[in-house]
Design a protein around this ligand. Structure first.
Ligand SMILES: Cc1cc2nc3c(=O)[nH]c(=O)nc-3n(C[C@H](O)[C@H](O)[C@H](O)COP(=O)(O)OP(=O)(O)OC[C@H]3O[C@@H](n4cnc5c(N)ncnc54)[C@H](O)[C@@H]3O)c2cc1C
Length: 337
């Protein structure tokens, strides 16, 4: 394993931001990871997966450790379920396609989400009615200080909407090295609760969808709605959909009866942040090389040479205007570094 200095991270973040790492090491085995941590005890560390959920606003004055642990295996099965373990550096979408090729169900609605397997628990990734917490059994993680390994069960991860223990109580303390998912082998729970999926299946005359059909539908929808980071730098949804107490929401709703919302619990509703941003007039707006995507207002984009600071400034302007217009604070989903 080689440690490189002043290493450009442009190709390692999907926003395509030019920023450099003071030092950079890609690790390919648990032993390499343990060694690099033990031998660089006094260096600050920064953990990098696929770089699809971060906005780099400055150079990283730390040892950047890129987790490139590969491999996947079936560790247990019975007639109905299979327990699959994947190393953290596997590309998530390739892993999802592998599960579908093996007729293992549970991940198909999360096809084409960028990033690596090891990062999926960090923000409890989700899309089209599914979240990682629904199939996640446990993950192994290495303590950055002591290099000891700890297993976190589903309950211990405190999963919430784009939330987990790894963003709060144990933030920056552990590196996830592998994840185990429990998937169905038969009686798959095909989830087509999202209208977009049903419409896409209907377009192809599919009434009894297989796992592959759902995955293909999700891929087609995502390709039509979201910019491909290879063509236009972005990090997916920049903001979370705000969750409001019903009592607070009702007051706002009286002023803005056209406001869209979804009930998430008997006392809370979720408001689509994309709708708020669009109503605030930002959809398709461009400020130099930074901007808000023309089809999807939740997505901030780098048209070429935007700096992280310029994209951050757009995000702050969006937050401010949405708050001034609706009295609702929208929080960043992307990790601002
Ligand atoms: C076009 C596009 C669409 C997207 N759509 C979705 C979506 O539908 N749903 C969704 O949930 N997300 C979505 N995302 C966001 C992103 O894909 C996910 O958050 C993904 O899980 C990030 O993985 P990564 O490996 O790229 O993480 P990175 O960006 O590398 O890291 C994210 C954070 O996790 C930390 N981290 C990375 N690896 C580890 C590890 N092994 N152990 C501990 N900490 C670690 C990093 O330090 C950082 O703080 C989208 C992004 C893009 C670009």
């Amino acid at each position: 394993m080689q440690i490189q200095s002043n290493f450009s991270l442009k190709k390692y973040n999907t926003f395509g931001i030019e920023a450099s790492a003071k030092q950079f090491a890609a690790v390919h085995s648990i032993d390499e990871l343990r060694t690099v941590l033990a031998e660089n005890k006094n260096e600050k560390k920064f953990i990098l997966g696929g770089g699809s959920n971060m906005l780099l606003t400055k150079d990283i004055d730390a040892l950047v450790i890129h987790i490139d642990l590969k491999g996947k295996e079936i560790i247990k099965e019975d007639d109905d379920f299979v327990w699959v373990k994947s190393q953290a550096g596997e590309v998530w979408h390739d892993f999802v396609l592998w599960t579908i090729d093996n007729n293992f169900g549970g991940l198909e609605n999360m096809s084409l989400i960028p990033g690596n397997v090891g990062t999926t628990p960090v923000q409890n990734i989700g899309a089209y009615g599914a979240e990682i917490k629904d199939t996640f059994v446990s993950c192994d993680a290495m303590n950055i200080e002591t290099q000891e390994t700890k297993t976190f069960t589903n309950a211990e991860c405190n999963f919430g909407y784009r939330e987990s223990i790894f963003k709060h109580e144990v933030k920056d303390q552990f590196i996830i090295t592998s994840v185990i998912y429990k998937l169905t082998k038969r009686n798959h729970k095909i989830n087509t609760s999202y209208g977009d999926i049903l419409a896409e299946l209907a377009k192809n005359n599919i009434s009894q969808p297989t796992l592959k059909d759902v995955s293909n539908a999700v891929i087609a929808i995502r390709q039509s709605k979201l910019p491909d980071p290879k063509e236009l730098g972005n990090s997916g949804s920049f903001f979370k959909n705000p969750i409001l107490l019903k009592s607070d929401f009702e007051k706002i709703h009286q002023k803005f009866p056209e406001m869209k919302f979804y009930e998430v619990s008997p006392t809370e509703v979720k408001v689509p942040a994309g709708w708020l941003i669009e109503q605030a007039g930002f959809k398709g707006k461009r400020f130099g090389d930074a901007g808000v995507h023309k089809n999807q207002a939740l997505v901030l984009v780098n048209y070429g040479n935007a700096t992280g600071q310029e994209i951050l400034a757009v995000s702050k302007q969006v937050q401010k205007t949405v708050f001034e217009t609706f009295g609702i604070h929208i929080e960043a989903e992307v990790n601002v570094i």
